[in-house]
Ligand binder design. Structure first.
Ligand code: SAM
Length: 187
C-alpha cells in the first residue's frame, strides 16, 4: 500500500522532525504508544512530557515506558501544559477522543484541546510540528472536530503551514490528521 494510513503517516512525520536531544509533548498519553515512540526518537538526552487526566492512562503509560528515564508523566490536563513545560519543543502530538478499552465517557473536549494547542504552538520551535489526530464518531466528537478545524483554518499563513490528511471514501468517521508546521521566520 502506497498511501500510508493516518497513524503510520503521523509517526513518519515525527520521525522526520524529532531529533535526539529534543523536548517533545504527548498531550494525550492514553495507553502510552505515542509516548513510547517519542521516547525512542528523543533518546536519553531529550525529554518527553506526557499528559493525561486519567490515572489508568498514566499507569499504562508508565508501564510501557519503564525502560526510559527521560519521560515525565503528568497526571493533569493538557490545558495546563505551560505550567509544566517551558523549553522549546520540536513536536507535540494529540490523539483526541477516549481511551481505547477505557471509560468511553471520558473524552477530550474542545475548550481544553484548543487551550493546549495554543500553548503547544507558543512552545514550538521553527519547523517544529503540532500533530492532532481527530476522531469524531463518538458523542461529543463532532463538536470538538469543528472547533479544532475552525481554529486551525484561521492560523496565519505567514507563520504556519496547515495540512489535513484524510481518507475521504471511508465510512464511520475515520480518524484524520491535522499537521501544523511553524514556518521559519524571515530574517
Ligand atoms: N495516544 C494514546 C495511545 O497511544 O494510547 C491514545 C490517547 S486516547 C485516544 C485520548 C486520551 O486523552 C485519553 O486517555 C484521555 O484520558 C485523555 N484526555 C482527555 N482529556 C484530557 C485532557 N484535558 N488532558 C490530557 N489528557 C486528556
Amino acid at each position: 500500500m502506497t498511501l500510508q494510513r493516518v497513524l503510520p503517516f503521523t509517526k513518519s512525520l515525527l520521525e522526520q522532525t524529532v531529533q535526539p536531544g529534543d523536548v517533545v509533548i504527548d498531550a494525550t498519553a492514553g495507553n502510552g504508544h505515542d509516548t513510547h515512540f517519542l521516547a525512542g526518537l528523543t533518546g536519553a538526552g531529550g525529554k518527553v512530557f506526557a499528559f493525561d487526566i486519567q490515572q489508568d492512562a498514566i499507569d499504562a503509560t508508565r508501564k510501557r515506558v519503564e525502560a526510559f528515564n527521560h519521560v515525565e508523566l503528568v497526571h493533569d490536563s493538557h490545558a495546563k501544559i505551560s505550567e509544566y513545560v517551558s523549553e522549546p519543543i520540536s513536536a507535540a502530538v494529540f490523539n483526541l477522543g477516549y481511551l481505547p478499552k477505557g471509560d468511553h465517557s471520558i473524552i477530550t473536549k474542545a475548550q481544553s484541546t484548543l487551550a493546549a494547542m495554543e500553548q503547544c504552538l507558543s512552545l514550538l520551535k521553527e519547523q517544529g510540528l503540532l500533530l492532532v489526530v481527530i476522531y469524531s464518531g463518538h458523542d461529543g466528537g463532532s463538536e470538538e472536530r469543528d472547533a479544532v478545524m475552525a481554529f486551525v483554518q484561521n492560523l496565519p499563513q505567514v507563520s504556519y503551514d496547515v495540512l489535513k490528511y484524510e481518507f475521504i471514501n471511508q465510512r464511520h468517521s475515520p480518524p484524520f490528521l491535522v499537521a501544523i508546521e511553524k514556518k521559519k521566520s524571515k530574517k
